[in-house]
Structures are given as structure tokens and as C-alpha cells.
Design a protein around this ligand. Structure first.
Ligand SMILES: [Zn+2]
Ligand SMILES: [Zn+2]
Length: 267
């Protein structure tokens, strides 16, 4: 995080009222034209942020005690401190909304510079994470959520609606693919008191039996079905012999190697 503090900006401590906790953070844009020259001149970011504060302090109708936002984020990835941590915002439209969410403004506007850079999105994300460590809940919303305004503009709002992901950050790990085959359930699944668990009921036995039939080892007169029977045992032992096992190695219970090779589907 590249934070530029109030003191670095030459500002005194914020006189904004305390707000130790909120439901989360709302994202804003400036709502005005922003010069495209900002993109290549960070000094202009600082100047714009100071201009915004000056305009807010001069707004007698609103009676702002400070720049309205908790933080700003510039196109170069800097997080610029506004009211900062633990302060009620003045940016969300009314007192009730100002108490429910902190406010971060991306330094893009309604014309000129309108597209946030990845660095800016990263800085907004930095601000969200910083505020979350200090009382912000997990919500991330746009100003227009719950208030009639175009803020934060199309590009930032689309990003917010997409969950405000950190650009280039780790994406959500892919969901593990559903295992194709039932892992070997373990010897105790098949045996009881050292003998085949005849009479045990499980859909696994039906799935297993169908595969045994498919590989030409079925020894069934009826079925296969969910109740483990001698035909299942005979069929499986035929399969283990087919796989090259002999003697006791071919006897029930199924071994992990032949089980995997049989490709019993998940049930
Ligand atoms: Zn706004
Ligand atoms: Zn900048």
C-alpha cells in the first residue's frame, strides 16, 4: 500500500465526527470532469485532492468539517488520506447513509479521465482493506446503491458489482473438479469382523456391481443391487484375478489399485 497521509498533505487532524464502525465501504467518483493529464502527472493528483477538500470546506450549505471522503485513490496507485480511519463520511447523501458506510473516491470523473487504472483499483482495494481492519464491515457498494446519483460512474460501478477484485491479484481458486471416481472407501467399508460385510447396504455396491458387469466380471444372477452379496464378492474377485492378482491377493476385499482401475463412479 502506498499511503499519503494527511500530515504529508499538510492537513491538520480531521475534525469529522467519529464513526467507529460501518457495514462497509462505498465507492465514489468525483462527479465532475477530471483532466486526462492526471494520468501522467501525479502532482496533479495531489493538487486535485487538495482542490476537492478546499471545495468541500467552502461549501457552506453542507457545512463540511473536512473533505467528505475517508480516502481517495489516484491513477498511480496511491491511497490519499481524507477523513481517514474511524471518521464518519460526508459523502453518501444523508446522515443515515453516512453512518452505514465509509467512503473512498476514485479520482476519475464524469468526463475526461473516466476509466480507473488497475493501480487505482488496487489502491481502492487497499483502502477497503485498511478500513476493514478498523471497523468497516464486508459490504462494498457504489454511491448509487440506495441514493439517486450516477456516482461512481459506469466503470467503477461495474468493478464494484463484480466484487471489487484486486487487479492481477489471486483470483478465486477454481473449484476442485468433482472427483471422477469414488476414492477407495477403505478396507473397513468392505469387511466386518474379518469377513465380507455381507448384507451391508450402500449405493456404492450398485455402482461397483455395474462396473464389474461392464468389465466382464459380473457373476450376478440378479442385480447388482445396493446390498452386498456373495455375487458381489465373486464378481470382484474375478476382477482382481483379471488384473493379475492371485491367491489371497485376489480375494475380497477390493484393493485400492483395482478399485481405482475399475472406475466406480461417484454415487
Ligand atoms: Zn459519490
Ligand atoms: Zn497519482
Amino acid at each position: 500500500m502506498q499511503l499519503i497521509t494527511r500530515s504529508a498533505l499538510g492537513w491538520p487532524a480531521s475534525a469529522a465526527p467519529a464513526q467507529p464502525a460501518t457495514k462497509g465501504v462505498k465507492v465514489h467518483y468525483t462527479g465532475t470532469a477530471v483532466s486526462t493529464a492526471l494520468a501522467s502527472d501525479h502532482a496533479r493528483c495531489i493538487a486535485l485532492w487538495k482542490d476537492i477538500r478546499r471545495a468541500h470546506l467552502a461549501n457552506k450549505a453542507e457545512g463540511y468539517s473536512d473533505v467528505a471522503y475517508n480516502y481517495a485513490a489516484c491513477p498511480h496507485g496511491f491511497l490519499l488520506e481524507g477523513r481517514g480511519i474511524g471518521k464518519r463520511t460526508g459523502a453518501n447523501g444523508n446522515q443515515a447513509l453516512n453512518r452505514t458506510h465509509y467512503a473512498i473516491v476514485g479520482l476519475v470523473g464524469s468526463s475526461g479521465l473516466t476509466e480507473p487504472t488497475d493501480a487505482m483499483l488496487g489502491a481502492i482495494r487497499d483502502g477497503i482493506e485498511l478500513l476493514r481492519k478498523h471497523g468497516a464491515g464486508t459490504e462494498i457498494k457504489g454511491h448509487r446503491d440506495g441514493y439517486p446519483t450516477a456516482c461512481p460512474g459506469g466503470p467503477l460501478y461495474a468493478w464494484v458489482q463484480g466484487g471489487a477484485p484486486r487487479p492481477g491479484g489471486p483470483t478465486a481458486p477454481p473449484k476442485p473438479a468433482t472427483p471422477k471416481y469414488e476414492p477407495y472407501p477403505g478396507e473397513s467399508f468392505f469387511m466386518k469382523s474379518g469377513k465380507p460385510a455381507l448384507g451391508k447396504v450402500s449405493p456404492v455396491f450398485t455402482a461397483m456391481g455395474k462396473r464389474l458387469v461392464a468389465v466382464g466380471c459380473g457373476r450376478y444372477k440378479v442385480g447388482p443391487g445396493p446390498t452386498l452379496g456373495q455375487a458381489d464378492v465373486d464378481s470382484y474377485e474375478a476382477w482382481q484375478r483379471k488384473c493379475g492378482y492371485t491367491g489371497t491377493a485376489a480375494k475380497w476385499p477390493p484393493g485400492p489399485t483395482t478399485w481405482t482401475k475399475l472406475q466406480v463412479p461417484n454415487v
